[in-house]
Write a protein that binds this ligand. Sequence first.
Ligand code: PEP
Ligand code: MG
Length: 287
Amino acid sequence: VIERQSAARAEVLALAHDKAETTDGVRIEVAANIATASDAAEAVKLGAESVGLLRTELLFLERETAPSQAEQRAAYQAVIDGLEGKSAIIRTLDVGADKSLPYIPMPEEENPALGLRGIRLCIARQALLVEQLRAILAVQPLSAVKIMLPMVVDASEIVATRVVLDRLTAEMGIAGRVELGVMIETPSAAILADQLAQEADFFSVGTNDLTQYALCMDRTNPALAARVDGLHPAVLRLLAQAAQGAASHGKWLGVCGAMASDPVAVPLLIGLGVTELSVSPAVIPEI
Ligand code: PEP
Ligand code: MG
């Protein structure tokens, strides 16, 4: 078994830097989910075409004060520098509720998973969002950067963020417009994808949360682990709806949840219209 597995690994490693394409000629971008600059280097080594999800939470967690704008900028810059010209989708801070920050005191919440989290928190505590967007906008070259919002429910959240982003872009004297995309990880976002597609530049499905919220099953509850399944027909219908919504306005749809790493799920995702798969660096060659 070990011999067979290492032969299979060697085979996929040899092809890892080739462009992925279906037999009928559809190009699929294979990207990486990362959190640090060293992940970036690893991802490039293993054949990532880009970073489809840079989780920024790590910078904010387990500390007494928020990271300064300069510290954030340096961290994002180090990631871009490690990508050898490839681009990165930087996700704005996805904390709140269960992932609480001592420097953002929040009232106790009865249902943290349904609470003030993700983009909701960033809109409510806008100073946090402003600092992060300024840090992102200071990265060079800015053409290598896209921004993505977590836990979006409807178009008002993109519109509100776009207003802030446009103001900061003008204040910083930046010409051009950074692409702003949204994660599809609430049933609402999947159902309203056609409306979101009028405002967002691209979509990436967070199947971990989409599955949890569609099935009403906590993704961290071990008793439900076998049933929190992205291949559930309810989740697949939401994915199909998201894909149709994206296509109705010519926007692309990726997947950055764990489902994109599942070889059984990948053909289904591609069949539904997904054109980018963002996965942990180690599985890039296989996918
Ligand atoms: C997801 O929900 O699928 C996702 C990619 O985001 P996270 O796992 O960081 O919540
Ligand atoms: Mg998520």
